[in-house]
Design a protein around this ligand. Structure first.
Ligand code: 7TS
Length: 404
């Protein structure tokens, strides 16, 4: 059992007010709030350890390097990767996907090759592939979905051809909440001899992810969505692939030797980590992962499921309510529209009542086109949210509805 009252005291921001109303923070899909241990880790490391990593013989540099590299081990353990050499620190999911699109595209893609994505991808898992398409003449194939927001797996299977080089799909949709059957989808890709990248931005914070169990070839996520700091993210990649990929950026750290005639690249994972890494951020991310591990990802998933089920039931009682995304398996995201109230108006008025939700296309414009809508209102929950907060949102939506 999760002790929510106690947990909430770890997140000072949750007790603040906006417009004189208690804050109800339901924009966790965009970013999560930070527990004290994460914020304190940032200050502590700057105050007492700060020195650049990997390059100093002196005490502080060695201590900073140890913290940074032990954070890599914490991440490895958290997603159950085989080796720390398979954990690449990036700025976030977006950079992780761009890294892969650039390096994988360079190594393995040429004119006429195909990449499979899905209709429910975030722009960060669309645009990097479109840029690769423009550079290399690669074609994108898109997995369609049904009206409930579930990917059509038969159609998926039929998209494979001799030319397919990679599948890149999201684990959990940031708009629909759909939890895609990625283990099965990866197995399908492998049956066609194709590797798969999973966008884990919306899954890692909410469900236990085991990259070996999924057999994912690549897996990307962001620190700031899992209670860690902004500016740090992860790209997991199987060593057998990372070994074959060229570096993404050039500079310090990613080299073994440099002369004007020839440069020898560093070993994994440093080959992909040019420049000074956000070592303060990686320590704080490890603190966040330790924090959620102590609560337990299974308890978190169970509690958030309970919250989402409760919210869905309560929202359905509102007249004119339309929930967008009714997949059988859903994470803690609910998108909705009420009557013909514009999402922006709903979001703005809810904000005045202290309720922070997201509105708009959620960086998934192709999905909006598929749904035939401009945008949605989205409430996304974290384990520090409560049923009382959901009640407040439902009451507030009723108030807004009556104004129209
Ligand atoms: N992939 C998915 C599925 C996402 O939801 C997001 C961010 C990203 C990638 C990009 O993550 P970043 O950390 O690199 O920016 N999603 C959202 C959202 O739903 N609202 O704000 C950001």
């Amino acid at each position: 059992m999760i002790d929510i009252a106690k947990i909430r005291t770890d997140f000072p921001i949750l007790s603040r007010q906006v417009y004189g109303k208690p804050l109800v923070y339901f924009d966790n899909g965009a970013t999560t709030q930070k527990p004290r241990c994460v914020v304190e880790s940032i200050a502590d490391e700057y105050y007492s350890v700060n020195a650049n990593v990997h390059r100093g013989v002196h005490f502080l540099s060695q201590q900073a390097t140890e913290l940074h590299e032990s954070s890599r081990e914490t991440v490895r353990r958290f997603i159950n990767a085989r080796s720390i050499t398979e954990i690449i620190f990036t700025r976030g999911t977006t950079e992780s996907i761009n890294l892969l699109a650039s390096s994988f595209g360079e190594a393995f893609c040429s004119e006429g090759d195909e990449i499979i994505i899905s209709v429910m991808e975030h722009h960060s898992n669309i645009v990097p592939w479109q840029m690769l398409a423009a550079r290399k003449g690669v074609t994108l194939k898109v997995i369609p979905m049904n009206d409930k927001g579930e990917l059509l797996l038969d159609e998926y299977e039929s998209l494979f051809s001799e030319k397919t080089k990679l599948v890149s799909v999201t684990h959990v949709s940031n708009v629909l909440g759909t939890i895609n059957p990625v283990k099965e989808m990866i197995a399908t890709a492998h049956a066609h001899g194709v590797p798969a990248l999973i966008d884990g931005a919306q899954s890692v914070p909410h469900i236990q992810v085991d990259v070996q169990d999924l057999d994912a070839d690549f897996y990307a996520f962001s620190g700031h969505k899992i209670y860690g700091p902004t500016g740090v993210g992860i790209l997991y990649g199987k060593g057998q692939y990372l070994d074959q990929l060229p570096p993404y950026q050039g500079g310090g750290e990613m080299i073994q030797t440099v002369s004007f005639e020839k440069t020898v690249f560093n070993e994994l994972p440093f080959k992909f980590e040019a420049g000074t890494p956000d070592y303060i951020g990686t320590t704080a991310l490890a603190k966040a992962l330790d924090y959620v591990s102590a609560i337990g990802m299974e308890s978190i998933a169970a509690y958030e499921h309970e919250l989402t089920t409760y919210a869905t039931e309560r929202l359905r009682t509102i007249e004119g309510m339309r929930i967008i995304g009714e997949a059988e398996r859903k994470g803690s995201v609910i998108s909705f529209l009420v009557q013909d109230i514009h999402p922006f108006d709903m979001g703005t008025l809810l904000d005045r009542l202290g309720i922070a939700v997201r509105t708009g296309h959620h960086c998934a414009q192709p999905l909006m086109i598929r749904l035939g809508i401009e945008g949605t209102v989205r409430a996304s929950f974290a384990f520090y949210n409560t049923k009382e907060e959901i009640d407040s949102m439902v009451t507030a939506i009723e108030r807004v509805r009556k104004m129209f």
